[in-house]
Design a protein around this ligand. Structure first.
Ligand code: HEM
Length: 456
């Protein structure tokens, strides 16, 4: 079947009304993997909306970097705006540069060094809680730690437990429903059904919680080194447009960061643990690396971004992000007539950024389903085209939290590997669940063993 609008091949099996929702939500990776077999640009149906998915890196790169023409919009970002607001991740091109300039200081390396202290504490606390013989659901545990980290770095919260208790439930509800809502017409989302009421309640609770914490920080008046203090202090001098963020804008940014910042990291580390379980020789390499880097405290605070003492761990995280990119499906909408892959796209065409369609494309990555962290050795990765690895997106809309997320993921994995061994146990179900900002394992049950010579 080919698309009547631009003659692109259509992914097999669309159903009336829901389109490809069923295979996309049930088997997202298998579905994405098959897209590249259909062609370089393939049409999928997101509910009633036709969306074109680039499966070749060059096409994806064009979409990501030409953000004036391929603007944020389409079913995913329309739903995001309607619920979590118009923050830097969802706003349109016309507003984006200003918003990005204003949030950028929050991710300055000097601030990241402070956040790394929190990351290190949370990683250590998580692992200390994993006693010998205990079976843990690794994703759930990592999500708790990542949420605590993002909330503590956002608010320098004095009572982190209370903040986490207040936010965890609503964040989970929002994450669960946001992607699914892409396939549901807006009119149905307004019906007073229990599922809609739960969602609206969760968004309301998050907004109230954020407003309270921002007000408290404003009353305090001092910069506590946290993300929200940086947002409050941010000023935009560009083009003479002096001014900071209004409270409403700060709330939208904070909501964006809470939603973007926890499950992505938890999912990345969960998949890395799962992959290492099946590749003990790689795990042993990581253990050696963690022993020499972490045990004598050379890694950690101050080593943000590329984590130079943990190159092997970074490669494992990168490979986990290639195989299971947390941000797996976002949408764009064209603001002008344009062309892509030799096809004419009228203004208003929906394009989907689906990283696994490129990451699992055998013409881009050899043996794309095989876990091979050494494919990220500089000499092997050098020849890859731009767009071949898009776990953090690209261009001006590239993830603002890339260094933060990589640092935290690497630190978590290395701390776990240094001190514990984890064995996958029966009852696990590692089929990916498609959340809005993360593909995560359904149930990753792992039994904990303390590593020799380490009693904590
Ligand atoms: C492993 C972890 C992470 C991954 C894989 C990831 C992935 C992504 C991707 C793919 C995008 C681009 C979406 C698009 O183009 O439509 C994005 C945007 C964004 N991410 Fe992340 N992210 C991660 C962690 C974080 C963290 C920890 C934060 C903040 C604490 C964060 C904040 C943001 C923000 C603010 C944007 C919007 C940037 C803009 O449009 O200017 N992310 N992320």
């Amino acid at each position: 079947m080919v698309s009547p609008t631009c003659n692109a091949p259509v992914a097999p099996g669309p159903l009336p009304v829901i389109g490809h929702a069923w295979p996309l939500m049930r088997r997202p990776l298998r579905f994405a993997r098959q897209l590249s077999e259909q062609g370089e640009l393939v049409e999928v149906r997101l509910g009633g909306v036709r969306a074109l998915v680039p499966c070749q890196p060059e096409l994806l790169w064009r979409v990501l970097t030409d953000d004036r023409v391929f603007d944020k919009g389409g079913p995913f970002f329309d739903r995001v705006r309607a619920t979590i607001g118009n923050g830097v991740g969802s706003c349109a091109f016309a507003e984006h540069r200003r918003q990005r300039r204003l949030i950028q200081p929050s991710f300055h390396p000097a601030r990241l060094a402070g956040y790394a202290v929190v990351m290190e504490e949370e990683a250590a606390a998580l692992v200390e809680g994993w006693r010998e013989g205990r079976v843990v659901d690794a994703y759930q545990e990592l999500f708790g730690a990542a949420l605590r980290t993002v909330l503590r770095t956002l608010f320098a919260a004095r009572d982190a437990d209370a903040v986490v208790d207040r936010f965890r439930g609503p964040v989970e509800t929002v994450l669960h429903q946001l992607t699914f809502r892409m396939f549901v017409p807006p009119s149905l989302q307004r019906l007073p059904l229990p599922v809609n009421r739960r969602f609206d309640r969760a968004v309301g609770e998050l907004r109230r919680g954020i407003a309270d914490l921002v007000a408290e920080l404003r009353r305090g008046g001092t910069d506590r080194g946290d993300l929200v203090s940086a947002l409050i202090a941010a000023r935009d001098d560009e083009n003479g447009a002096k001014g900071g963020l209004e409270d409403d804008e700060i709330h939208d940014q904070v909501l964006t960061l809470v939603v973007a910042g926890a499950d992505s990291v938890a999912a990345a580390v969960s998949w890395a643990l799962y992959l290492l379980h099946d590749h003990p020789h790689v795990r042993e390499q990581l253990e050696d690396e963690a022993d020499s880097a972490l045990a004598d405290r050379r890694a950690g605070v101050g080593d943000v971004g590329d984590m130079p003492d943990l190159p092997c761990t970074v490669r494992v995280i990168t490979e986990a992000l290639r195989l299971y990119p947390p941000g797996w499906l976002f949408t764009r909408v064209t603001t002008d007539d344009t062309e892509l892959a030799g096809r004419r796209l009228p203004a208003g065409t929906t394009v989907a950024f689906c990283a696994p369609a490129v990451h699992r494309n055998p013409s881009v990555h050899r043996n794309p389903d095989v876990f091979d962290p050494d494919r990220w050795l500089p000499e092997r990765a050098r020849g890859l085209p731009r767009g071949a690895f898009a776990a953090f997106g690209g261009g001006a809309r590239k993830c603002a939290g890339e260094a933060y997320g990589l640092t935290e993921s690497t630190m978590l994995l290395s701390t776990i590997i240094a001190r514990r061994r984890l064995r996958l146990v029966p009852g696990s179900d590692v089929r990916p669940v498609a959340l809005s900002t993360a593909l995560r394992p359904r149930r990753l049950l792992m039994e904990v063993t303390t590593r020799r010579g380490r009693a904590t």
